[in-house]
Design a protein around this ligand. Structure first.
Ligand code: HEC
Ligand code: HEC
Length: 287
């Protein structure tokens, strides 16, 4: 089925990837993520069949230091939770010409969206396209509330997607890749194995062939998105999926795609599906 080369060969040297056997040996040992003493998170699972290069998939949490890991175990320690609280307020605030809030229609509150993070991006019949959570939120704002769309990467949208993840924590990611979504998924898969930039690296070069290894003093994870939006200690804020994709492509010294572009929507669908079997974990805490 696939004809692409997957070996990073000579380019690995350019990146000075250092083997870090210690981390790999640790994976899956006694690391257990239970949030607030009650939400059990699956951080390792058998890889979906289509991921030929991996036998086990791991959450990015597994690769972080014990201190960073601990921040995610308790909502009082997780700095992302203030953004979730801000989104809860927004949920009850009227917006747009109809004078409605999200809760005017979603009377069960954000908890109605328990299955959303685990199953998006997904095909939207009415619009004939694959929709991300951001697109679905903007659909409600513009088509149902008479409001302006939120900026995909703006604080309000990141807050709302963090809330939608938070209420879905513990659900097993189960993104559909067949049916009408299949061609978008295939486009995403193609992108995942495309080598970008001067360094000629694909997502797979780092996240499939070198996870567990050290790169610039950071342990490479498998680049899963089950923890998004994630709170990044480096940015002291929550980061969207597409912003993370953009940063990774830039690191290969390549021109990147725009946040919200068809390319990133396809890539998101594909990367989400590589996490089928892990738990929704967002908003997670990362470096
Ligand atoms: C006027 C009524 C109305 C308002 C107000 C509204 N929605 Fe919706 N929303 C709907 C309907 C109807 C659907 C289901 C249609 C669909 O899936 O396309 C939906 C679907 C959704 C879904 C997907 C649920 C799923 O299971 O796939 C999300 C997420 C969502 N809305 C978020 C929001 C947010 C956030 C707001 C406030 C910014 C909001 N909605 C405001 C009517 C509304
Ligand atoms: C040069 C190596 C490199 C390449 C190529 C690369 N990344 Fe990354 N990526 C990193 C590093 C380093 C991190 C931060 C540590 C980690 O979580 O792996 C990271 C983090 C991530 C994360 C966050 C994971 C988490 O749990 O928070 C995602 C998602 C991601 N990358 C996706 C991608 C995608 C998709 C591509 C291809 C477009 C890509 N990356 C290409 C190096 C790379």
């Amino acid at each position: 089925m696939k004809t692409r080369t997957r070996l990073i060969g000579g380019t690995a040297g350019a990146l000075a990837l250092a083997a870090a056997g210690a981390v790999l040996a640790d994976i899956g040992d006694d690391d257990e993520l239970i949030i607030n003493g009650e939400i059990e998170i699956v951080t390792g699972a058998p890889a979906p069949d289509f991921v030929e290069g991996l036998s086990t998939i791991y959450s990015g949490w597994v690769f972080r230091s014990p201190e960073t890991q601990a921040m995610e175990q308790d909502d009082f320690e997780n700095p992302a939770m203030i953004y979730v609280d801000q989104a809860r307020e927004m949920f009850d605030t009227p917006m747009g010409s109809e004078g409605q809030s999200c809760s005017s229609c979603h009377e069960g509150g954000p908890e109605e969206f328990e299955m959303v993070r685990a199953t998006y991006p997904q095909w939207d019949e009415e619009h004939g396209e694959v929709q991300t959570v951001e697109m679905q939120v903007n659909e409600c704002l513009t088509e149902r509330m008479g409001a302006e769309p939120l900026d995909w990467n703006g604080q309000d949208m990141r807050n709302m997607t963090a809330l939608i993840s938070a209420v879905g924590r513990g659900q097993i990611v189960d993104v559909a890749i067949d049916g009408p979504a299949q061609s978008t998924w295939e486009q995403g898969e193609e992108l995942y194995y495309t080598r970008f930039g001067q360094l000629e690296l694909s997502c797979a070069s780092c996240h499939e062939q070198n996870y567990g290894n050290l790169i610039r003093a950071d342990h490479l994870s498998q680049g899963q998105i089950n923890g998004f939006p994630t709170y990044r200690l480096k940015d002291a804020n929550i980061v969207s999926i597409h912003n993370r994709f953009r940063g990774c492509i830039r690191d290969t010294r390549a021109e990147t795609f725009a946040i919200g572009s068809p390319e990133f929507i396809a890539l998101e669908l594909y990367v989400a599906s590589r996490g089928n079997g892990l738990s929704v974990e967002g908003p997670a805490v990362r470096n």
